[in-house]
Design a protein around this ligand. Structure first.
Ligand code: G1P
Length: 290
């Protein structure tokens, strides 16, 4: 029952970032100097994941190339004696055979994207990471969830409280607190209006799921926004298995949103000693004009 595989739904068109995403995968947009997707992939490997499953779509070639060797760049860096950079780009390429690609050929929703990975995942628990949810923390969320999973042996999702007016952007829970940082989910609903929402506790894009979920995803029932929703399949799973929520510690940025993406850039840049001081000076200068 070890969690060895992680599914990354990356087929989205990124229309909110047009024109930047017209010819480039939105997951390749950089936060400071690293594509969004690389943060999530590093988090997965750090949590002991052995196989990355990308559910891609058309126009995602840059993403595939990013995790492959680049002989041209390697050659140029070697030639210029830039050994640090050379090491960096060589290290980001996972071991051959640890990345698998499949395609979601129709945009039918998150639930459908995950269902596309069913044969690659097989009959074992697996993780799902939504790269748009970038989390700044000293306790990487998936690693913590894997530890909890080893003890609880049940599906779980990362959760956090959101503003009540924002519930229609998330899967929202009705849940009971069972430990300091763990809730047991009693019910869940995808993107409810603030009036309908049972709480303001929202699912954030890290999951560990039991393979039984594929059976319910396979029913292809449309939910919120006319899409096949993961939350709806989890709601059915809940009738026969417990599902927990992990209240992580840290700041979460929604990189699928323009303001969230800028905030992520600023927050992660402020962690870099080489640029931090210049940024702080700039922020202080700009602030004077508000
Ligand atoms: C997805 C899930 C939702 C979850 C959210 C977290 O929604 O469907 O339940 O709360 O991710 O970011 P999306 O952001 O893809 O609309």
């Amino acid at each position: 029952m070890k969690v060895k595989k992680a599914v990354f739904p990356v087929a989205g068109l990124g229309t909110r970032f047009i024109p930047a995403t017209k010819a480039m995968a939105k997951e390749m947009l950089p936060v400071v100097d690293k594509p969004i997707i690389q943060y999530a992939v590093e988090e997965a490997f750090q949590a002991g994941i052995e196989q990355i499953i990308f559910v891609t779509g058309r126009g995602k070639k840059a993403l595939e190339d990013h995790f492959d060797r680049s002989f041209e760049i390697e050659h140029a860096l070697e030639h210029k004696g830039k050994s640090d950079l050379l090491k960096q780009i060589q290290e980001l390429v996972p071991k051959t055979g640890t990345i698998v690609y499949t395609r979601q050929n129709q945009p039918l929703g998150l639930g459908h994207a995950i269902w596309c990975a069913r044969d690659i995942v097989g009959d074992e628990p697996f993780a799902v990471l939504l790269a748009d949810d970038l989390i700044q923390t000293d306790k990487p969320v998936l690693s913590e969830m894997v530890k909890k999973f080893d003890r609880l042996r049940a599906s779980m999702a990362a959760v956090m409280e959101v503003e009540k007016e924002q519930t229609d952007k998330y899967g929202i829970l009705d849940a009971t607190c069972v430990e300091d940082d763990i809730v047991r989910i009693d019910d869940m609903i995808e993107k409810p209006s603030p009036e309908e929402a049972p709480s303001n506790l929202a699912i954030i894009g890290r999951y560990i799921l039991m393979p039984k979920i594929f059976e319910y995803l396979g029913r292809r029932k449309k939910g919120a926004g006319g899409e096949i929703q993961l939350t709806d399949a989890m709601k059915i799973l809940l009738k026969e298995q417990p599902i927990f929520g992990y209240k992580f510690n840290g700041k979460r940025f929604d990189c699928g949103d323009k303001a969230g993406f800028q905030m992520a850039n600023l927050a992660f840049a402020l962690e870099r000693p080489d640029i931090r001081n210049r940024l702080i000076k700039f922020i202080r200068d700009v602030e004077k004009d508000f």
